[in-house]
Design a protein around this ligand. Sequence first.
Ligand code: SAM
Length: 278
Amino acid sequence: MGDSAVPRPFLKWAGGKTQLVNELTRRLPVDFGDYHEPFIGGGALFFALFRAGKIRKAILSDVNAELIDTYTAIRDCVAQVIRHLVQFPHAKDFYYQLRAQNPADLDLSMRAARMIYLNKTGYNGLYRVNRRGEFNVPFGSYKSPQYCDEENLHAVSHALRQVEIVCALFDVAQTRAHAGDLVYFDPPYAPLSPTSNFTAYHANGFSPKDQEKLRDVCVELTRRKVSVMLSNSNAKSIRALYASSPFVVSEVQANRAINCRGAQRGKLTELIVMNYSK
Ligand SMILES: C[S@@+](CC[C@H](N)C(=O)[O-])C[C@H]1O[C@@H](n2cnc3c(N)ncnc32)[C@H](O)[C@@H]1O
C-alpha cells in the first residue's frame, strides 16, 4: 500500500486516522462482505482499504451534513467541483467572502468546493462551527495550500462510484449491516481527563451516554454476526465499556496531528477494539 498512491483523504480532519491505518489494517477480519464506516470524517481507513482492493461495497455516513454533501458532490459531479476550485484565489479577502456564504444557498458542487477550500486554507485544517452551526475558523497562514489536487479528486470520485453516502447518526449501521459485513467505528474520542475537550466536531458533541449507546450497538451487531472494529482514546471509561467478551482490546501508539490542546501533542496510546479474534 504505497503512501503516495491515490485516492487519499481530500480533507484534513480532526482525529483523522492516517497514523493508525497500518495498525487497523493488520487487525481486519480475513474476509468481509460490505464495509460500513458510520463516522467517516476524512475517511483515512476507507481510502487505504480501497487502494488495497479490499472494498467490494461500502456504506459511508456521518452526522455532518456539509461533509456528506462534499462526498456526494465529489462522487456525482467532480468536474464541476474542480471547475470552481481552480477559479478560487488563495487570498484572505476571498476566504472570508466564501466563509460568509450560507452553504444552503449554494448548489451541491459549490458547497463542496467551499468546504474543501475553507478546510485546506483555514487555520490548522479545523472544522469548527458556532452555536448557529456556522463555520467560524479563521484564515490560515499556509504559503501555497493544495486545495485543488485534481488527480486525487478524480481518484476519490472513482472510489466513491459504488458507494452509498448517507447523512445519519451512527446507529444507521445497526439497520444496514448484515452477517459477515464489517463495521469500523471511529467516534469522537472520549476525553482522557474531565478537562480535555476533544469532541467539538459538531454542535452536538458526543457525550458519555453516546459512548454507551455506541457500545450497545456493537453488542447488537455482534449478536447479528457482524464484525466490528472500533478506535477510541485510552480512557478508563472506554476500557470499562469494552472490558468483557466478546470484545478484544489492544493498546497502540499514535501520533495525534491535530489536537486543540498543544500540551497533549506527541505520542499517545489509543485503543482498538474488535469483536473477533485475529
Ligand atoms: C474521529 S472523527 C472520524 C475521523 C475519520 N476516521 C478520519 O480518518 O478522518 C469522528 C466523526 O464523527 C462524526 N460524528 C460525531 N457525532 C456523530 C454521531 N452521533 N453520529 C454519526 N457521526 C458523528 C463527526 O462529524 C466526525 O466526522
